[in-house]
Design a protein around this ligand. Structure first.
Ligand code: LLP
Length: 432
């Protein structure tokens, strides 16, 4: 949950700092990232999985899925804690390097890697490219050859497992674009091709079945299919050093639903892996969580600007919008909304941003404490896929961002200015 949030005398606090005061000091919309909560989330992963290394002598690596939040302060914080990086672009690799992530903790994902990106990854001697297609494998081998290097490759397989999550963030079924199909033999065929290539080294198997998983059973099914495949490969004479089970653990956006936590994931997954002891040499284990490391640590603060009533609803309009946080608009996702000054009286309101789109609504018909113009309002659980998906639609600058811990508050992203909005536009001479 959001352990960094407390309510004191009706005022919401984040890591002990008054949220309304943060809003007036730094302006809104404002992303607040709690360092303490991020550390807690990471530590829970480490604690839950540390028995794997103790029991097997194999490595356990957590590579943070950078797409969830690439603010440099956040990535550096995680890197300092010993967390690796799951990257999907040259940009994310650049940020991982700036965050001092050691190359052996960087894995490269994505279903359409570009030659330039592959070059950068080989140069950086990353732990593995998670290969998504034969054509990509060929390109990696070719590129490595041109560079006189050997590229480490793992294979993203598609295990055909239903993650039981939102269709837009489900990735491990046959109908999805991701991975190499196991059942039809495409995955094996690809790996056998790699065996014959001179400039790639086979290091692992990778899989990611989807995001915001709220059940453990798909993870169990995934782990079993992957481990069975590793056994099959062993019988073909191919040794697998790393098994990467991807990310996907969900978080309780709705505080009334109880969903699995890190410990439940480790128990379920490790039990499956231990079953294979003796059949194969157990692999190193890699996970790529994004959301479950940072989502709960992030809060988006906005200011109530207008309140209006229509025949069917009472609308509270705030200065944050779908350009700052897209999740509700594109996935109809639920985020808790709470005023930062909590009054006894409650009312049912819909909370919306100011963009010219009917989907720019953060919450419909919510029963929350009464809000007034100029109140600060908090949208919770936005630390993942919040700022990283923000954009400039309606020519709005992206929000500022601060990092809090119990001692201090630091500005970690400057608010975009009006000049920033046109900084890449070029007006040709005849229009000057
Ligand atoms: N590994 C791979 C290969 C991925 O594609 C992803 C997420 C992750 C790891 C991290 O998954 P997580 O632990 O965060 O569930 N924008 C969407 C989520 C898209 C997830 C894309 N891939 C949202 O806001 O819900």
């Amino acid at each position: 949950g959001n352990e960094m949030i407390t309510v004191d005398g009706g005022n919401l606090k984040i890591d002990g700092h008054d949220a309304s005061k943060l809003a007036s000091t730094y302006g809104t919309p404002l992303y607040v990232m709690s360092e303490t909560q991020t550390v807690k989330n990471f530590t829970r992963y480490v604690e839950s999985f540390k028995e794997y290394s103790e029991k097997t002598g194999k490595e356990f690596i957590i590579s943070f899925a950078y797409k969830a939040n690439t603010n440099l302060a956040v990535t550096r914080l995680l890197s300092k804690l010993g967390c690796g990086a799951d990257i999907v672009s040259a940009g994310e690799l650049y940020i991982a390097k700036l965050s001092d992530v050691p190359s052996e903790k960087i894995v490269f994902n994505g279903n359409c890697k570009l030659k330039e990106e592959i070059k950068m990854g080989i140069e950086a001697e990353i732990r593995a490219f998670n290969v998504d297609s034969i054509s990509e494998l060929v390109l990696i081998n070719e590129t490595a050859k041109e560079m006189g290097k050997i590229a480490n490759v793992a294979f993203r397989v598609n295990p055909n497992v239903d993650a039981k999550t939102h269709p837009k963030i489900s990735t491990g079924m046959k109908k999805n674009k991701f991975g190499l199909d196991i059942e039809s033999g495409i995955a094996l065929e690809t790996i056998k091709m790699a065996e014959k290539m001179e400039n790639v080294k086979i290091v692992g198997i990778h899989c990611h079945i989807g995001s915001q998983l709220t059940y453990i059973s798909p993870f169990v099914e995934e782990a079993r299919k992957i481990m069975d495949f590793v056994v099959l490969l062993k019988n073909e004479g191919i040794k697998i050093r790393d098994v990467n089970l991807g990310g996907g653990l969900g978080i309780p956006y709705d505080k009334n639903t109880k969903i699995p936590v890190q410990k439940d994931l480790s128990k379920a997954v490790l039990d499956v892996i231990y079953e294979y002891e003796g059949k194969i040499e157990l692999p190193n284990l890699i996970l790529e969580p994004g959301r479950s490391l940072v989502a709960t640590a992030g809060v988006l603060l906005g200011t109530v600007e207008h309140v209006k009533e229509t025949p069917v609803a009472k609308w509270v309009m705030i200065d944050a919008g779908m350009n700052d946080m897209m999740r509700p608009a594109i996935y109809e996702s639920y985020h808790e909304i709470t005023p930062c000054t909590i009054r006894a009286e409650k009312e049912v309101v819909s909370v919306a941003g100011g963009l010219c789109e009917s989907s720019d609504v953060f919450g419909k018909d919510r029963e929350i404490s009464k809000m007034e113009v100029k109140d600060t309002v908090a949208i919770l659980d936005v630390g993942a896929y919040g700022i990283s998906m923000a954009n400039n639609y309606n020519s709005r600058g992206k929000p500022a961002m601060i990092l809090t811990n119990e001692k201090e508050v630091s500005l970690i992203r400057a608010r975009e200015t009006l000049a920033d909005l046109i900084s890449k536009d070029i007006v040709p001479n005849h229009l000057l």
